[in-house]
Design a protein around this ligand. Structure first.
Ligand code: DON
Length: 584
């Protein structure tokens, strides 16, 4: 029935005097809609809401909420994220920042002991590790300002999935097994995600009645259904009972922020990506500015990998030194984003030798640099995969677009559920710098710009991105902690090099450098033996990974051929679907 909303609006506007956009110059939309997400049930939720007359923004609400239910290891109502929106009728592009905020009682030394040392696990496990969630507010905001459907309709698939359950698959079992020990320590979390204290068997139907009720409260009352009233009271009581520091004021004062995305030109392409407090857009812009004058296609594979590694090293160095929440810190963004600075940086790259990270100016000298094992030495093999946190991309037939990357940070976040809410808390506080120079779970170091302060947002790497050029427009992103930004760079460079099939970008081999530790990580097969040998002889310290990483979800609308295609990373279990919605 909602399909009639838009035509009726148009008719009324025509009668009362429509704005120009409503009558003319409306860009022609793509012939089909597309949804790519990390879980087939979430992709289906998006398609269902499109079929109910929703636009891409309504579908994004549906996909986000469904992922909160079926991928509890990746994102959820207890977490946050960034939703990059493009509205077709006026071309408005905005990033809805639903990033978590530090509680108002937080302070720079929150995770330090009396001797000033970082307390092991304090920013990872339990409610003290949790920032104030932003996802529920972001969903309400997107529905209210950009969607066509009431929240009750967009949230209906997620509510049904929470209430009726979904079947546990091998992927869920693997992640829940990884965090079972911590989940088992809290009764509410154990009850929701384990069976008799252990990972549920394959095919077990996981029902989350409390979560269904909380989603229902959000559907009925909008953001107040979560940030005020009984749900808020249960959240705060549960957090404080577990030693956390939230107050009702923290929830009442949480606000999403609409931010202007970072836009950078790279040859014929315009790249639109995440604004701060994600470092993604700034780092992509810096790297693309450095690469602008280079003919990558003319380079041999070893020379190309070397150059990209050095470019990554330099951009991540600036991340560590300068970046943080723009509402709290002044940053030299004009300088960082200037082409002149990029050219000067490029000039420091030797074509034949790796630059030792310690030799780059700035904070490097103070940084210890540790082995980058984002899950600690106790991690079972195969968990460095960067497949928790989640990304999805949606394109509708009007040409509206959403690319969104959402997180509760570590798998299953803080492994803590305030009783009676079904809301699994994030541990996004670990994305702050607990102490200058001490790496976080992703091996990232940082400085005062990303220190903890009351109400501040932790610096992120999540990089939902649009890439638009003469041939068409791509929507993409991925989880993967610190490696997110280099994955998006590699994918978009492939696109700029003429590979317009998203299946290529999501499957391509990946490599990564993040300044510290001074290691070049690469997936099995991503670099040929010849390239590996050449890089080693240039002085790179190579770190071959035993498994792949990332879980990219991409859509491409080829404006020349009119074709829409979508792809889901073969490393994950997601589903990408292209479908005619208006005329099935
Ligand atoms: O915001 C960030 O950058 C991190 N919390 C994202 C974590 C992540 O991607 C984990 N993925 N495997």
């Amino acid at each position: 029935m909602y399909r009639f909303f838009f035509p009726v609006t148009l008719l009324v506007l025509t009668l009362i005097g429509a704005p120009a956009w409503a009558l003319s110059n409306r860009p022609a939309g793509p012939p089909q809609a597309a949804v790519a997400s990390a879980h087939p049930l979430a992709t289906q939720a998006g398609l269902d809401v499109l079929a109910a007359g929703g636009n891409a923004f309504d579908a994004a609400v549906a996909v986000s909420a469904a992922l909160a239910v079926v991928e509890p290891y990746g994102s959820g109502l207890g977490g946050g994220g960034f939703w990059l929106l493009h509205r077709a009728y006026d071309g408005k592009q905005v990033m809805v920042d639903g990033r978590e905020r530090a509680p108002l009682a937080a302070h720079a030394d929150l995770y330090l002991d009396g001797a000033g040392a970082v307390i092991d696990g304090a920013s990872i496990n339990g409610p003290r590790a949790a920032g104030i969630p932003g996802e529920p507010a972001a969903l309400a905001h997107i529905a209210q300002h950009y969607g066509r459907l009431p929240l009750a309709v967009s949230l209906a698939p997620a509510i049904a999935l929470a209430r009726d359950g979904f079947e546990v698959d091998a992927h869920y079992r693997r992640w829940v097994g990884f965090r079972a020990e911590v989940l088992a320590k809290q009764a509410a979390a154990a009850r929701q995600f384990l069976v008799d204290g252990a990972p549920p068997p394959l095919g077990h139907r996981l029902r989350q009645a409390d979560l269904a009720d909380t989603l229902q409260a959000l559907a009925a009352a909008g953001r107040d259904g979560f940030y005020a009233g009984p749900v808020a009271e249960k959240l705060v009581a549960g957090v404080r009972a577990g030693g956390g520091i939230w107050t009702l004021r923290d929830l009442a004062e949480y606000q999403v922020v609409e931010r202007e995305p970072v836009v950078v030109r790279y040859r014929d392409w315009t790249v639109t990506s995440a604004a701060l407090p994600s470092s993604g857009g700034v780092l992509l812009a810096q790297m693309l500015n450095m690469l602008a004058a280079v003919d990558l296609a003319a380079l041999s594979p070893p020379a190309r990998s070397h150059l990209l590694t050095e470019v990554m090293r330099r951009a991540y160095r600036d991340r560590a030194e300068y970046l943080g929440d723009p509402d709290f810190v002044a940053m030299p963004l004009e300088r960082l984003l200037s082409p002149t600075y990029a050219q000067r940086q490029l000039a420091t790259i030797s074509p034949t030798h790796a630059t030792p990270s310690e030799s780059l100016a700035g904070l490097a000298a103070d940084r210890p640099g540790t082995a980058a094992d984002p899950y600690g030495s106790g991690a079972p093999s195969g968990v460095q995969e960067g497949r928790n946190t989640t990304h999805f991309s949606v394109l509708d037939e009007e040409g509206n677009r959403v690319a969104a990357t959402l997180s509760i940070n570590y798998p299953f976040g803080a492994c803590y559920v305030p009783p009676g809410t079904g809301v699994l808390l994030n541990d996004e506080m670990d994305d702050f710098v607990a102490k200058p120079g001490v790496p976080n779970a992703y091996g990232l170091v940082g400085a005062a710009a990303n220190a903890i302060a009351p109400g501040k947002r932790p610096l992120s790497s999540m990089s939902p991105t649009f890439v638009e050029g003469p041939q068409g427009v791509a929507l993409l992103g991925t989880p993967g902690g610190s490696r997110i930004i280099s994955m998006v760079l590699l994918a978009m460079l492939d696109m700029a090099a003429g590979y317009t099939d998203p299946a290529h970008w999501v499957a391509r081999g990946r490599f990564h450098h993040q300044y510290l530790p001074d290691r070049l990580q690469y997936e099995p097969g991503a670099l040929s033996p010849r390239t590996v040998a050449a890089l080693r002889s240039m002085g790179h310290q190579l770190d071959p990974l035993s498994t792949g990483y990332g879980n990219m979800q991409a859509v491409f609308w080829d404006r020349r051929s009119g074709k829409v295609s979508a792809a889901s990373d073969p490393r994950g279990i997601g589903a990408a679907r292209v479908q005619s919605v208006s005329s099935p």
